[in-house]
Design a protein around this ligand. Structure first.
Ligand SMILES: [Zn+2]
Ligand SMILES: [Zn+2]
Length: 238
C-alpha cells in the first residue's frame, strides 16, 4: 500500500499514546478503514506488519520507529512508539529537553540499582538535588506524571518502575552505561527487568519465557536445575 491516510492514522494512534495493544490497534484500523486487518497478510485481509514496515521506512530519518513486541509486564502484544538517538547529542531529541533527559537518566540509574527495580515518589523527586541543571521539585513532580501517561514510567502504589516504552527506548543506553545492572534472559536474550533468577546458577529469565519452557520440561532452562513452584513462591515473598 502506498503511504497515505491509513499510515498516518496508525502512526498518530501509536505516537499519541506511546503504547497501544495489538487488539486495540487492529480494531482502530478496521474502524477507520472499514477493512479487516490482521497481524500477517492472509488472503484478502490486510497486514498491520506491512503497514508498520512502511511507516518505519518513512519515519526512520526522524529517529523514530514503531516496535512490535511483547510487554514484559502485561504479557500482551503491543506496538510501541520509540524515539531513538538519545545517545548522540547531535541527533534530534523529540520528547525530552536536555534538562529532562538528565533527570530521566538519573532516575533510571536509581531504579536500576535497587533490587526491586522501583523507587518511591520521594526518592524520585529528591534526585533533583543532585542535578547539574536547575530543576525544581515541582518540575520533577509534573514530569513524573507526564512520563507515566507516556508509558515511560509505571506507577504502582507509591513506586515508580520503568515503563515498557523506556525499557525499549533506553535499552542501548542501559547496556552501555550500566552493564552490571542489565541482565539478559537466558532464553530469548532480551533484557530482563522483572523476571526470575535461577536458584541454581543465578541466570535471569523472563516470567513469560520460563512459563513457556516449563510446559515442556520441569527444569530451569539455564543449568537444568530441578524446578519447583515453591522456589517461585519463595522468590515472590522476598
Ligand atoms: Zn526471555
Ligand atoms: Zn540455572
Amino acid at each position: 500500500m502506498s503511504y497515505g491516510n491509513v499510515h498516518r492514522f496508525l502512526l498518530r494512534s501509536v505516537a499519541s499514546r506511546g503504547v497501544i495493544s495489538m487488539p486495540d490497534a487492529l480494531r482502530a484500523l478496521t474502524q477507520f478503514t472499514g477493512n479487516q486487518f490482521n497481524i500477517f497478510t492472509d488472503g484478502e485481509v490486510e497486514s498491520i506488519q506491512d503497514l508498520i514496515k512502511e511507516i518505519n521506512d518513512t519515519i526512520r530519518p526522524y529517529q523514530q520507529t514503531i516496535k512490535l513486541t511483547n510487554d514484559e509486564l502485561t504479557n500482551e502484544e503491543v506496538l510501541i512508539f520509540l524515539s531513538l538517538g538519545y545517545d548522540d547529542a547531535t541527533k534530534a531529541q523529540n520528547v525530552f529537553s536536555a534538562n529532562e533527559l538528565e533527570f530521566f537518566r538519573l532516575l533510571i540509574e536509581q531504579i536500576m540499582i535497587t533490587e526491586s527495580r522501583q523507587v518511591t515518589r520521594i526518592h524520585a523527586i529528591n534526585i533533583v538535588g543532585g542535578m547539574k541543571s536547575s530543576f525544581t521539585k515541582t518540575d520533577a513532580e509534573k514530569l513524573l506524571k507526564t512520563w507515566c501517561r507516556m508509558k515511560y514510567l509505571d506507577k504502582d502504589n507509591n513506586n515508580y518502575a520503568l515503563g515498557v516504552r523506556a525499557i525499549h527506548e533506553f535499552e542501548g543506553y542501559l547496556r552501555q552505561n550500566m552493564p552490571d545492572a542489565v541482565e539478559e534472559c537466558c532464553l530469548c536474550k532480551q533484557v530482563v527487568f522483572r523476571g526470575y533468577n535461577c536458584p541454581g546458577c543465578a541466570m535471569a529469565v523472563h516470567t513469560r519465557c520460563l512459563n513457556r519452557y516449563l510446559e515442556k520440561v520441569e527444569k530451569w532452562p539455564c543449568c537444568k536445575a530441578d524446578y519447583s513452584a515453591d522456589q517461585i513462591e519463595q522468590m515472590n515473598d522476598r
